[in-house]
Write a protein that binds this ligand. Structure first.
Ligand SMILES: [Zn+2]
Length: 270
């Protein structure tokens, strides 16, 4: 699933290609959404919020898209073969005279009034890649810790809870916990969540600055391969519970529960 860094890079590409220019072509291949509603409108901007993309138009409406599992937006020069946007998996086409943006396999698509965007993203926590994210840490973790019901969650679950913080997926959750040698099933109240979030944010920002290589993956999707730190084999566990359980890759030697930490264990491992 695309993570916040990919979504932010996608937003920047769409913004650079479309903003400030009128759309000469728009196709929204989605149930109950008008097919050609946007032609003639000027795109104001495209921004990311967590894993959501918001393309704002000058008539006060916003096209909301989400990449979900394997969606993508590709940009091609208008008139080029890639801009033809043929294929069963094309869900959206937005084009001006220079650039054509084609949304493939999108997981969500809605048109909402810009003033109503909160109906789509208002339930989410602060965006970990937002410029003002660090100002929100006091609210997320007063005194540096997460209390109440969230504090009782495992830290692996908490990181993936988009209503707590938006934009982190399994890759950056696994990598952040590995970097800080944290046991993913520790109770959130028992770990330094502020340091963890700042570590993940720095890592994600490197992924934005240097796409792909900036991610420096150490454990994610590396089950059975040697840990870069100790040489033990990386293991795949599970966080969350059905139907929303997610894989959690970790090193069983580097990431162990500290004395006194409660844990519920890694679930099924392989
Ligand atoms: Zn290790």
């Amino acid at each position: 699933m695309p993570e916040g860094d990919t979504v932010l890079l996608t937003a920047r590409r769409l913004d650079a290609a479309l903003s400030g220019r009128p759309l000469v072509r728009s196709e929204l291949r989605w149930p109950r959404v008008p097919v050609d509603e946007l032609t003639g409108l000027v795109v104001v901007e495209t921004v990311a919020y967590g894993k959501h993309l918001l393309t704002r138009l000058d008539d006060g409406w916003t096209l909301h898209t989400h990449l979900r599992m394997d969606g993508s937006w590709r940009v091609a020069r208008t008139g080029a073969p890639d801009a033809s946007a043929r294929g069963a998996f094309v869900r959206a086409v937005l084009a001006n005279e220079t650039w054509t943006c084609v949304g493939h396999r999108l997981g969500m698509l809605d048109l909402v009034r810009t003033r109503d965007e909160h109906q789509l993203v208002g339930h989410l926590g602060p965006d970990i890649l937002a410029d003002d994210f660090t100002d929100r840490l006091d609210l997320l973790a007063p005194g540096g810790t997460v209390a109440g019901p969230l504090g009782a969650c495992t830290v692996g679950d908490l990181l993936l809870d988009q209503t707590f913080v938006a934009g982190i997926g399994t890759l950056f959750a696994c990598e952040g916990l590995f970097r800080l040698k944290m046991w993913p099933w520790s109770r959130a109240r028992d770990v330094d969540v502020v340091t963890l979030l700042l570590t993940i944010r720095r890592h994600m920002l490197r992924g934005v600055a240097v796409p792909v290589d900036g991610r420096e993956v150490k454990v994610h999707a590396r089950a059975g391969r040697p840990c870069a730190r100790c040489g033990d084999r990386v293991v795949r566990g599970v966080v969350g519970s059905a139907p929303t359980e997610r894989p959690m890759f970790y090193c069983p030697t580097c990431q162990v529960p500290r004395p006194g930490q409660t844990d519920e264990g890694p679930g099924v491992t392989s």
